[in-house]
Write a protein that binds this ligand. Structure first.
Ligand SMILES: [Zn+2]
Length: 233
């Protein structure tokens, strides 16, 4: 086979390797845990902290309310027992009952506020849990697909590398040097095909003299416009 054909094949293989490596890099980046998942986890932690806070507040306010209720019951018992007969003392007890009823009413109000806040915190926590489950499910599926693609890419890359090594063995060293120097400066494509008497890459017409030289096939022929090595049948 003419060396230029081997070089054209090598260029295809090198381009395939470039694409496989680029995709491998994209996958490595995509395998980082997504922001949405991390954010969902943070939201759940915050919701759990809020829930724990309101549970503690509720317990504390319930205890206060119970203490005030017990005290009030004692004072009322004393008031209605008939044991207090002294008018001055009776007035004091009545005042105590009135004050403790106000305290009890206030304690019930603040407890109710805590219960409302606790209900909201419970709802927010449940929603945050559901969101984290959903995000985790999404990510697990996406990650599995990425890992499968990663394994497939590794296999294809190994196969292309083997082809690359074989072709580089077959292409004459001087041609390889020209190719290796040209490829990075031509966006990865150093070899272009003669396609309807034009360059397949830049689509500019190739002169009849060059076309003849390509067909003779002894010397390297370059596209006058883009500078790529031309080949053709
Ligand atoms: Zn060209």
């Amino acid at each position: 086979m003419r060396p230029i054909y081997l070089l054209a094949q090598l260029n295809e293989v090198d381009l395939a390797i470039d694409a496989l490596r680029a995709r491998t890099g994209e996958i490595a980046a995509a395998l980082q845990e997504p922001t949405a998942l991390r954010a969902a986890r943070d939201r759940l932690a915050a919701a759990a902290a809020e829930l724990a806070h309101w549970r503690a507040v509720q317990a504390e306010r319930e205890q206060i309310q119970r203490q005030i209720a017990a005290r009030l019951m004692q004072t009322e018992k004393r008031l209605y027992s008939g044991a207090v007969r002294n008018p001055k003392e009776l007035e004091d007890v009545e005042r105590d009952v009135a004050q403790q009823r106000r305290q009890h009413s206030q304690a019930e109000d603040t407890l109710l506020d805590a219960l409302i806040a606790l209900e909201a915190a419970t709802e927010a926590h449940t929603a945050a849990q559901a969101e984290l489950i959903e995000r985790t499910r999404e990510w697990t599926a996406a990650e599995a697909a990425l890992r499968a693609e990663q394994a497939q890419l590794a296999e294809r890359l190994a196969a292309e590398r083997a082809r690359q090594a074989a072709l580089r063995q077959a292409v004459p060293a001087d041609l390889l040097r020209v190719y290796d120097a040209l490829r990075p400066r031509r966006g990865g494509r150093a070899v272009a095909r003669l396609d309807d008497d034009t360059c397949s890459e830049c689509r500019v017409a190739v002169s009849p003299g060059r076309i003849a030289a390509i067909r003779e096939g002894d010397d390297l022929v370059y596209c006058e416009n883009c500078g790529r090595i031309l080949w053709g049948e």
